[in-house]
Ligand binder design. Sequence first.
Ligand code: NAD
Ligand code: WQD
Length: 343
Amino acid sequence: MNPSKKILVTGGLGYIGSHTVVALQEKGFRVVVIDNLSNSSLDVLGGITKITGETPAFYSFDLRNKEQVGEFFKNNMDLEGIIHFAASKAVGESVKMPLLYYENNLCSLLNILSLQSSSKLIFSSSCTVYGQADELPISENAPTKKAESPYGNTKQIGEEIIKDICKIEKDFKAISLRYFNPIGAHASAEIGELPIGTPQNLVPFITQTAIGQRKQLAVFGEDYPTNDGTAIRDYIHVMDVAEAHVAALNRLIKGKERDNYEVFNLGTGEGNSVLEVIHSFEKSTGQKLSYKIEGRREGDITAAYADTKKANKELNWKAKRSLDVALKSAWKWQEKINKREDL
Ligand code: NAD
Ligand code: WQD
């Protein structure tokens, strides 16, 4: 592989970032993390070290600070690539605080793009750019829909900015990865998802309910035009997502003649309903879950799952972990953090 290659991972102590740092270190990359700890904790460094036996170099500062970003790149001229995870990601919060989202997600990206010392970038995008697609599974050619939230809009605008730069800077190579629904944790349960406050996403809400931290899970809507009436998503193990980043990075490093801006879906290609997720959780963990059907959540779509052919072929990558395995890992992580007093 590429033992000496130095990679910057922004947001590398966050949920997907930390799992990607592990996957990179396991493949011999040297990792440097920038994270302002706005949605993560320094303990994550310890978790990464326990798994890989290696601690990534760590810089704690805010990517909105242009001076610090410039200083960082001046001192790190030998970067082979950048994986840019750092962003605010709560859809509901973004509706209430649009300025925070536009500022954090776009200023950070602009600072990186204008000051960076590498010519290879991977950008964390989201299936949210498709909205409710007309055809399922959703391929990368599906039209993007007007974003429902400022958060979703920052992903669309972010993609457009990168694409525009790639048009004029032919030596610059970038890949946007559109994640479907990442779930689960590293099998060791040394790192995982750490939602602050009440989780908005399904799986952390399930595990917190099963452990007794929440009384009951509300299933949002049972009148969708699906087999069991609940909404369908493509839940993908976070380690599969992490490994896809290594594959995308290797594609950028190999640098063959091809479009210098590319987009890939990261999903399993399978859709599961909310009730199927609940039943898979109960079956794989032996935990009984208390849940109640409630009304639809505003802004939710009926169904989304990925056409993964492009990523499978071009990145030579495929999600390999099942929904059961992912939910079991999420549960193991929940049990572990409930025993820890420092979290
Ligand atoms: P996360 O909040 O766990 O990780 C983001 C990390 O970035 C955090 O550690 C946070 O402290 C850091 N950060 C935020 N703003 C920063 C700033 N200005 N300067 C420095 N550090 C900053 O989120 P995640 O779930 O790991 O998501 C990673 C990326 O993937 C985000 O861009 C998110 O929008 C995108 N994404 C996530 C999902 C998902 O379901 N989790 C789905 C699609 C896309
Ligand atoms: C999944 C399903 C809910 C919670 C969000 C963002 C999207 C992307 C991924 C970043 C839905 C149902 C949920 C609950 C429920 N993130 N649900 N009870 O909505 O697909 O996507 O995360 O880019 O932008 O919008 O994920 O996990 O919130 O919901 O019934 O308490 O579970 O209605 O059908 P979603 P989710």
